[in-house]
Design a protein around this ligand. Structure first.
Ligand SMILES: Nc1ncnc2c1ncn2[C@@H]1O[C@H](COP(=O)(O)OP(=O)(O)OP(=O)(O)O)[C@@H](O)[C@H]1O
Length: 229
């Protein structure tokens, strides 16, 4: 463990081939912080989030976790970092509860049954605990993906537009869960189009554009709600 921010990104150029999708990114996230990432469709938010944690190679610059250059293949990094991206990937023959149990046991949660029960309850999927993925609505599949991100221990949580397909009540619940894990010392990177979720959770905000720059959380919320340009 090193002192200082958990995640540090310096001059990170993110893109495809040799073409950047946005300006270079410099940011840091401390334990307990929630960094909101905002911008218009296609600005590069998901690309930045993936590149920050080594899911896709950077064109330039660097990203460090606990002071070390990120190697997303390292078991210690994968144990510390939970991600929920917009990729539904389920085992077709495992139920909702079994998915969560698999994740909890795989990450050595001391009371996996209790942890599964808690997340089933928090994400409102108790009624479909025994359902297979093909028997879920799109919002229920989203809830399952999110529950899988919260059922396991992590020091850094990366959420890419987690509000997608959630009803307004569940969006509020999600905000509460994000605040709770941050209060517990987890660092969070939150890509979002929701001004409410941003305001409810973020402690800092990064605007992704041709030039990437930090903006106050309220200004970021106003930008994505269209009340400010
Ligand atoms: N695999 C890929 N190969 C090449 N270009 C890509 C790829 N994925 C995304 N892009 C392009 O990179 C740019 C940024 O995409 P990205 O998904 O990061 O944007 P975003 O800000 O997350 O958008 P949204 O708000 O719509 O989710 C877009 O122009 C997109 O077309």
């Amino acid at each position: 463990m090193t002192d200082g921010p958990l995640l540090t990104v310096q001059g990170l150029v993110c893109g495809y081939g040799s073409v950047p999708v946005c300006g270079p990114v410099t940011a840091s996230v401390d334990a307990g912080d929630v960094l909101g990432i905002v911008g218009f469709n296609g600005a590069g938010k998901s690309t930045v989030a993936r590149t920050m944690i080594g899911r896709q190679p950077a064109l330039d610059g660097e990203s460090r976790f606990r002071g070390l250059l990120i190697d997303d293949r390292a078991a210690s990094f994968r144990a510390a970092v939970a991600c929920v991206f917009d990729q539904d990937a389920f085992f077709p023959s495992l139920t909702v509860a079994e998915h969560l149990e698999l994740v909890a046991r795989g990450h050595g949660v001391p009371d996996p049954a209790g942890a599964v029960e808690r997340e089933l309850d928090a994400f409102g999927v108790i009624a479909v605990a025994d359902a297979l993925p093909t028997e879920l609505s799109s919002g229920q599949r989203r809830r399952l993906l999110l529950a899988a991100g919260f059922v396991r221990p992590r020091d850094l949580l990366v959420l890419d537009e987690p509000e997608q397909r959630l009803d307004p009540v569940m969006q509020q619940v999600l905000g509460g869960r994000i605040r709770a894990v941050a209060a517990d010392g987890c660092a969070v990177v939150l890509v979002t189009h929701s001004p409410d979720l941003l305001r409810a959770t973020a402690t800092s905000c990064l605007l992704i554009d041709d030039e990437v720059r930090p903006v106050p959380v309220d200004a970021g919320a106003a930008l994505i709600s269209g009340t400010r340009r």
